[in-house]
Design a protein around this ligand. Structure first.
Ligand SMILES: Nc1ncnc2c1ncn2[C@@H]1O[C@H](COP(=O)(O)OP(=O)(O)OP(=O)(O)O)[C@@H](O)[C@H]1O
Ligand SMILES: [Mg+2]
Length: 224
């Protein structure tokens, strides 16, 4: 697929959670898109549905109305199996808390996405090196600093060269210096690797560094 092709397109999506038998709307007609090579920021107050939007984009939940289109394909009718395969092969996900597996080394954590695809883990060391983590490859996540943990989580999310990288407040627990490092790695994923990056952040400075900025508003998403 050529660069600047739309990777993620959320089209008039309606989504709510059922609570005590009543549907509580979270998104009511949200539309936005992210292209290959582009880093988009998603901002909004707590509880407005940013993590929900990432869960929809990552095919973890399905909209009640509207479409999620990935690389030009409407995912509406995809089976759970097809959705899981897309996630395994095309998606990288980064969380506010790193969610690395404590019983595996940094190298093993980063190798997992390749092993799930039946691929060789050889590229892991070069990626860890490029992220300044070569000296920590044999360490276990609890032995790392917060910044190192988040860089290892980014390496794990990028090792299989995903089409789409979703990041939910990846700098939320970091000091400004480490937040800047993480931001640069995410921008590089878009610039150098051609990933479509969707980055949830509360931080206006981080959002300003993105190529475009979406804001959750009135249960929808507007381009700012
Ligand atoms: N599994 C669930 N069941 C019911 N309601 C939920 C569920 N998950 C989230 N919600 C509700 O949906 C709304 C949106 O939640 P979401 O986590 O997407 O917000 P957010 O914008 O990511 O907030 P934050 O900035 O605090 O992370 C909230 O009102 C939340 O309480
Ligand atoms: Mg959230």
């Amino acid at each position: 697929m050529a660069d600047n092709a739309t990777v993620l397109s959320i089209e008039n999506v309606h989504f709510g959670y059922k609570q005590a038998g009543v549907m509580v709307p979270i998104l009511s007609g949200a539309s936005f898109a992210v292209a290959a090579g582009e880093c988009a920021a998603l901002q909004g107050a707590s509880g407005t549905g940013k993590s929900t939007a990432l869960a929809l984009a990552g095919l973890l939940v399905s909209p009640q109305q509207g479409r999620i289109v990935l690389d030009g394909e409407d995912t509406t009718a995809w089976s759970e199996n097809t959705r899981a395969t897309w996630r395994r092969d095309k998606l990288g996900f980064i969380f506010q808390q790193h969610h690395l597996l404590d019983d595996f080394t940094v190298r093993e954590n980063c190798a997992l996405p390749l092993l799930w695809q039946g691929k060789d883990a050889a590229p892991v060391d070069a990626l860890l090196d490029s992220m300044g983590l070569s000296g920590r490859a044999n360490a276990y996540p609890p032995q790392l600093s917060g910044g190192e943990q988040q860089r290892a989580a980014i390496a794990r999310a990028l090792i299989h060269r995903p089409r789409l990288l979703l990041a939910d407040e990846p700098t939320g627990n970091l000091d400004p210096e480490n937040a800047a490092i993480v931001l640069k790695l995410l921008l590089d994923a878009a610039r150098k690797q051609g990933c479509a990056v969707l980055l949830v952040t509360h931080d206006p400075q981080i959002a300003a560094a993105a190529d475009k900025r979406f804001v959750m508003s009135e249960r929808s998403v507007i381009l700012k």
